[in-house]
Design a protein around this ligand. Sequence first.
Ligand SMILES: *[C@@H]1O[C@H](CO)[C@@H](O)[C@H](O)[C@H]1NC(C)=O
Ligand SMILES: *[C@@H]1O[C@H](CO)[C@@H](O)[C@H](O)[C@H]1NC(C)=O
Length: 292
Amino acid sequence: MAPSSSTLKLLLTFLASYALVAYAGSLNQNFDVTWGDGRGKILNNGGLLTLSLDRASGSGFQSRNEFLFGKIDMQLKLVPGNSAGTVTAYYLSSKGSTWDEIDFEFLGNLSGDPYILHTNIFTQGKGNREQQFYLWFDPTSNFHTYSVLWNPQVIIFSVDGTPIRKFKNSESIGIPFPKKQPMRLYSSLWNADDWATRGGLVKTDWTQAPFTASYRNFNAKACLWSSGSSSCSSKSPSSRTSNNNTWMKEDLDTTSQARLKWVQKNYMIYNYCTDTKRFPQGFPPECAITNA
Ligand SMILES: *[C@@H]1O[C@H](CO)[C@@H](O)[C@H](O)[C@H]1NC(C)=O
Ligand SMILES: *[C@@H]1O[C@H](CO)[C@@H](O)[C@H](O)[C@H]1NC(C)=O
């Protein structure tokens, strides 16, 4: 006999509270569309999520769970065609005035011109750590996987498994690292034509609206945060024995270090750590750390 749905629910609740690793299922179990008045949609039984933007509004969603560390993958297909002026943000963020945040932002462009993948990291409410990249493929023609590995030692941004940015825990030299505040996953599609495309020179062409970005295959191994405690510090023996938490210790191996260097050499178009105009008094201290 098939288990009843209430038995399944009990089991899922049990797994959610005690499992070290949260293997994510369908999008409608993991996310809520939180704004946009119907412009955000979960389709195909939770297999696909779309956000759209028109002149009246953008839209957005957020995860039901909060995470304190995780390895989180999602596939995104960005607004195709003339997407100039639009921004698709995909990020982890905690709450409050000294929040932590790990950002991917995709800045649209005219048809055929390259998107910019903008990244930033906030620790305790302070950001100003922008790095920007072109991609080595057209991010609008297919889904591609964008990942964040966030464990107590590193934050690594990856695209289709290739690391593009690493932020090392350097608390030992006084640089704050996100490790106490749980974060939720958010995404939104909105109009930012005052700055997004060629610094605001190219405006959104509303005759092309609605603009649509799509999401699928959410997959997370993460420590879930619930009622003030992390599933990873659970005393439950099952949480320590039955799960594979190698991601908690993961860092770049030699092959991925070489990939990261390849991206930084060929696709990085802005790095705050080399912007002398912006930091005439000297770069932020983490810029002295080798992040390869
Ligand atoms: C858009 O295309 C222009 C021209 O190729 C390029 O300079 C710019 O970096 C591209 N991306 C954005 C988001 O402006
Ligand atoms: C744990 O996961 C890693 C990578 O995800 C894998 O290489 C390793 O074989 C797994 N170990 C076990 C015991 O399942």
